[in-house]
Design a protein around this ligand. Sequence first.
Ligand code: 2AM
Ligand code: CA
Ligand code: CA
Ligand code: CA
Length: 269
Amino acid sequence: TSEQFLDIDARYASAKALALEAAQLGMDFYRKREALTIEHKGDDLQDVVSIADKQIEAFIRERLTQLFPEDGFLGEESGSADLGARCVWVIDPIDGTACFVNGLHNWCVSIGLLIDGEPHLGAIADPNHNELFNGCLGKGAFVNDTPLKVSAATHVGQGVTATGTFHSRGKEHFIPFMEKLLAEGGMFFRNGSGALMTAYVAAGRLLGYYETELKSWDCMAGLVLVKEAGGQVNDFFRNDGLLLGNPYLVACPGVYPQLAEMIGPSLDD
Ligand code: 2AM
Ligand code: CA
Ligand code: CA
Ligand code: CA
């Protein structure tokens, strides 16, 4: 295939190394977070960002541009370049910024790579728990080199399901979902990082994860992990999902249909 002309191994190794390095940079900021100035995006008080997010993204972007000058890039804080390239990096410098600024240990650095429009590899580094999640199409998914496998559960009552929404929108889908989840004996979880919750589905710690609306940089690295760990994912890329975001569902195969049924048609709108 034409993939043989791309050095996928070099990109996979760089994704892992850069995620770890960026996570250490994040820890330097995190230890001194009291000194950070917190800005709000627009007038949403919950949508926070700091210099840490911007500097970590600039670090990753600069390194990727040096290493793979022909590749495209999409990041939460600095936007996009060359989205028509065969390889497009999709990165979130800090996923879980609200946790980060409040001293909650649930944040990570997420680096994903699309090849010809398909999520191909990803690395998610969580320095507070010393966990590196990584995966590559056809090569499996791992946490600290231990293989990941989704849960074998066949009913939401057998474990914990992650879910999330915005305070300002998505409630009309979120609240009915929550009612059904509880009515069927399920239990909910949210830690504020879409990338980590996705990785936890791949690891079998969570049965599934539904978010009323997610951005591509929240989930790009994690989608590969879930697929390689035997899980199911919705069609996140429809209607320009890469740039605009979409409703999002990942789950183990035994529970995915039950969650999709609870969410209803809005999942595939
Ligand atoms: P972030 O920390 O990179 O902004 C799912 O909850 C994802 O949405 C999180 O991974 C988080 O990514 C983002 N998020 C959480 N609360 C948000 C808010 N109020 N506004 C915008 N994005 C938010
Ligand atoms: Ca953000
Ligand atoms: Ca994010
Ligand atoms: Ca972010």
